[in-house]
Design a protein around this ligand. Structure first.
Ligand code: 4AD
Ligand code: MG
Length: 462
């Protein structure tokens, strides 16, 4: 039996073919006098294949009922197309209709808003734009693996349910099997977690970093790539409650190695997408962000700027620009600051390092100045923070002191502290928000449109 050929592979053939089998969903159908033109897309690429259905086909009456969204299997001859738009078309010898789509199929040939398409997230991958976005998402995931595997990094699967709070920011979703209508209490009125599934409080992970460090201090260079959860109640175009993060961790590395790795990774991914998703990228350049190619070329052709946090504050103070939050030494950088630095001042990605320790996580390496930590954030035009990372504090004493200083319970971090107790090494790593990288390479401006099924405050459909 003849196997189906994907449209992408058909269009790559260098010659006509007597018999091919194509399967897909109908984009449009229009009738001429003695035949019907059917545009079929199978998701393998942006392009459709045009089918010519002549009126001598035995089920021509049925074929004339084919609507947008219907699914078909077409046997036929692959011939060079006479019309200028496509390389080949298929002259059908047989058309099987799997399923018709009634006229209420929401994706009729007209332009839909992103907001509307979010309400039909289950169907939007059938549009050109979302098909392209999610093909790019797949390629970008593969590019991440190619980059790290190519450098000998080992892929570690860190747990999704966790008993510790990596970032210490308290933005965690709780995991419990307790009956919320009848919560067991201890004598002093507190929730009795000894009766919960794990015998203690549990949450969805906000980062795999702590587990990643444990593996890096055994395997050397590792990376994680998995779902991450944050119960931040911020409804912004850049935050999702469930997103994917890539977290490399390198033993025997410092903050400069970390910045080099981040920069190399971003460039590798951009290059990969430019090479392997050219058609899909063109769609985004044409309909979503007219500066997309320029942005990506800029990333490929220029080194990222590198400055310290205090230099960043100085630049913003001297700029004379009015910010909503006035830049002062000690503040956490806001998106408006990050965008100003990358978009307006440097006009390219910039890495800011050495932040005040008060605004960063407990595990970061304390710099000799006693005030700052060896943290680094990669900021990019349009998006702001793309990557956050640091060299880690490798001193058992300093790290323990910092945990205590912040009022955290040392007992919760015993395993983590063991990596410093038994053969500690300098090490560094970072976290890349995968969706932010998707936004960078596609020009899509809302994180809800690069996640197949986005989860945000008050929204969990499909
Ligand atoms: O800067 P963050 O919070 O860093 C960490 O979690 C560290 N443990 C990483 C590490 O050093 N291993 O998060 C890392 C990145 C951010 O730069 C951002 O791109 C993304 O994760 N991110 C989010 N993306 C989408 N929605 C959210 N709510 C995000 N929060 C962070
Ligand atoms: Mg951060």
């Amino acid at each position: 039996m003849l196997k189906r050929t994907k449209v992408k592979d058909l269009l790559a053939l260098d010659g006509e073919k007597d018999e091919v089998l194509v399967k897909g969903w109908v984009k449009t159908r229009r009738d001429a006098k003695d035949f019907s033109f059917i545009e079929v897309n199978d998701g393998s690429c942006l392009k459709n294949i045009q089918i010519i259905a002549n009126n001598d086909l035995k089920n021509y009456d049925e074929i004339k009922k084919i609507t947008t969204g219907s699914s078909v299997a077409v046997n036929g001859r692959l011939v060079a197309s006479v019309g200028g738009n496509q390389k080949y078309e298929v002259v059908a010898t047989e058309i099987e209709i799997y399923g018709l789509a009634p006229e209420d199929f929401p994706l009729q040939k007209k332009k839909h808003t992103d907001e509307f398409l979010r309400t039909i997230a289950h169907l939007r991958p059938r549009t050109n734009k979302y098909g392209a976005a999610f093909r790019i998402r797949s390629e970008l995931s593969y590019a991440i693996h190619k980059f790290f595997q190519g450098r000998g990094f080992k892929y570690v699967h860190t747990p999704i349910i966790t008993g510790s709070d990596c970032e210490g920011a308290g933005e965690m979703f709780q995991v419990t099997t307790l009956d919320l209508n009848n919560i067991p209490r201890t004598k002093d009125g507190k929730i009795d977690y000894s009766q919960d599934f794990f015998g203690k409080e549990a949450h969805l992970t906000v980062s795999g970093q702590l587990n990643g460090e444990m593996y890096a201090t055994a395997l050397g260079d590792i990376y994680t790539f998995g779902p991450t959860f944050r119960a931040e109640n911020s409804n912004t175009p850049r935050h999702a409650a469930e997103f994917w993060m890539i977290e490399p961790e390198m033993a025997f590395a410092d903050i400069h190695d970390d910045m080099d790795l981040a920069e190399d990774m971003v460039r590798f991914c951009v290059k990969d997408i430019m090479e392997n998703c050219a058609d899909d990228l063109e769609l985004f350049e044409k309909y979503v962000d007219p500066n997309l190619k320029a942005t990506l070329d800029n990333i490929m052709n220029n080194d990222f700027a590198r400055i310290t946090y205090s230099e960043a504050i100085d630049i913003m103070k001297k700029s004379g620009k009015k910010f909503e939050y006035t830049p002062e030494y000690g503040i956490d950088l806001q998106t408006e600051h990050e965008r100003f630095l990358a978009e307006e001042y440097f006009k390219k990605p910039v890495i800011v390092r050495d932040y005040p320790k008060e605004i960063k996580a407990f595990y970061m390496k304390q710099n000799p100045d006693g005030k700052t930590v060896a943290a680094m954030d990669v900021l990019v035009p349009r998006i702001g923070e793309l990557i956050g990372g640091s060299q880690r504090e490798e001193s058992y004493e300093k790290l323990t002191a910092r945990i205590k200083e912040l009022g955290m319970d040392v007992k919760d971090y015993e395993g983590y502290l063991d990596t410093r107790k038994y053969g500690t090494v300098p090490h560094a790593g970072f976290g890349l928000g995968f969706e932010r990288m998707m936004m960078l390479v596609t020009g899509i401006s809302n994180i809800r449109d690069v996640l197949p099924f986005p989860r945000t405050p008050n929204s969990i459909n499909f």
